[in-house]
Design a protein around this ligand. Structure first.
Ligand code: HEM
Ligand code: NAG
Ligand code: NAG
Ligand code: NAG
Length: 322
């Protein structure tokens, strides 16, 4: 009884944090916020088209490790190995970090000490989804930046393609997401790249009798073997997550899964596992349905573990705790 009351109290506490966020948080304190974000994001995406996927993934990782509090942006110091340098960060791409630095610099000029790095990352990810053709969703503002960023806190909080569907479902559930929301969010793989090392064991020497995982379309597996031929000497070799429309945020990713065109083992599992397949089929058939579900799930992701009040700070530099 006492424990369940305590749990209720704790959940109300977290609820109240996300409820303190508002859509027009910077209306008075930084009226140019939306405009500066939009200009910075547009310029960066036009000059570096990999920024969109990079930022979306960076935001996802930030939110899953200790909440959406820009902890992923902090650089390591001699005294602290930060979140972004965890083994499982799988080389988070630099374009997204650069985008945040640019936005922060512009915002500090217009309204010093006002806008959090966590809000910058949340809005950047949303604006980039739209630029790629994806859905609009509302991003509430007023997140504070976190005080803690440790590489040791990453393991177990970020999904890995080698996890079983049961493990993936559990991980997302531990962050408050239903199976349907997990599938919708993973539709983010409609854009961006994966390094060959993320799936190489499924295309080379998979078993004695078959070079690749039989859940791949055989021609696709052949293509991947060729594309990744030099991956051991060149670890940056990567391929598109969605081979049909790699630069468009659409539902082609889901349409590809039943055809064996899912890149990561976890992608293919979304179709082979009967707990997730119905959602894949729905999103493959109906892009509106995917967009609605993705938008709702992103709104929810954007509120995971947010810090407000004295639970956080406005960082002066996004890569260092004040
Ligand atoms: C089943 C859960 C998931 C797993 C196992 C997973 C795993 C991965 C892996 C291994 C990569 C390749 C990284 C690299 O090689 O650099 C990747 C890329 C990516 N992931 Fe996920 N992911 C999952 C869900 C999500 C979700 C929920 C989002 C966002 C809402 C997301 C967004 C992205 C994006 C945008 C990329 C491309 C990054 C780029 O091009 O720079 N992923 N994911
Ligand atoms: C797969 O096996 C072959 C023959 O045993 C070997 O030559 C090759 O290096 C292996 N490839 C990889 C990527 O492990
Ligand atoms: C597609 O999904 C939307 C949103 O859920 C729904 O309103 C619409 O009726 C669906 N369209 C079809 C053809 O099923
Ligand atoms: C172990 C690992 O891959 N760490 C990388 C995490 O991401 C940063 C980029 O921000 C790389 O510099 C690290 O090497």
């Amino acid at each position: 009884m006492a424990l369940s009351l305590l749990l209720l109290f704790l959940s109300l506490l977290t609820l109240s944090h996300s409820e303190q966020l508002t859509l027009n948080y910077y209306r008075k304190s930084c009226p140019k916020f939306e405009q500066i974000m939009q200009d910075t994001v547009t310029n960066k995406q036009i000059t570096s088209p990999t920024t969109a996927a990079a930022s979306l993934r960076l935001f996802f990782h930030d939110c899953l490790v200790g909440g959406c509090d820009a902890s992923v942006l902090v650089s390591s110091t001699p005294f602290n190995s930060a979140e972004r340098d965890a083994d499982v960060n799988l080389s988070l791409p630099g374009d997204a970090f650069d985008l945040v630095v640019r936005a922060k610099t512009a915002l500090e000029l217009a309204c010093p000490d006002t806008v959090s790095c966590a809000d910058i990352l949340a809005v950047a990810a949303r604006n980039l989804v739209i630029m790629m053709g994806g859905p609009y969703y509302a991003v509430k503002l007023g997140r504070k930046d976190g005080f803690i960023s440790k590489s040791t806190l990453v393991e177990g909080n970020i999904p890995k393609p080698t996890m079983s569907m049961t493990q993936l479902i559990k991980l997302f559930a531990s962050k408050g997401f239903a199976i349907q929301e997990m599938v919708a969010l993973t539709g983010a793989h409609t854009i961006g790249f994966s390094h060959c090392s993320e799936f190489s064991t499924y295309i080379y020497n998979y078993t004695k009798n078959s070079p690749s995982d039989p859940s791949y379309n055989p021609r696709y597996a052949d293509g991947l073997r060729k594309a990744c031929a030099d991956y051991q000497s060149n670890p940056t070799t990567s391929v598109f997550n969605d081979i049909m429309t790699p630069n468009k945020f659409d539902n082609a990713y889901f349409q590809s899964l039943p055809r064996g065109l899912g890149l990561l083992s976890s992608d293919r599992a979304l179709y082979s596992d009967l707990r997730t397949r119905p959602y894949v089929e729905n999103y493959a058939a109906n892009q509106t349905s995917f967009f609605e579900a993705f938008g709702r799930a992103m709104e929810k992701l954007s509120l995971v573990g947010v810090k407000t009040g004295r639970g956080g700070e406005i960082r002066r530099r996004c890569d260092a705790i004040n």
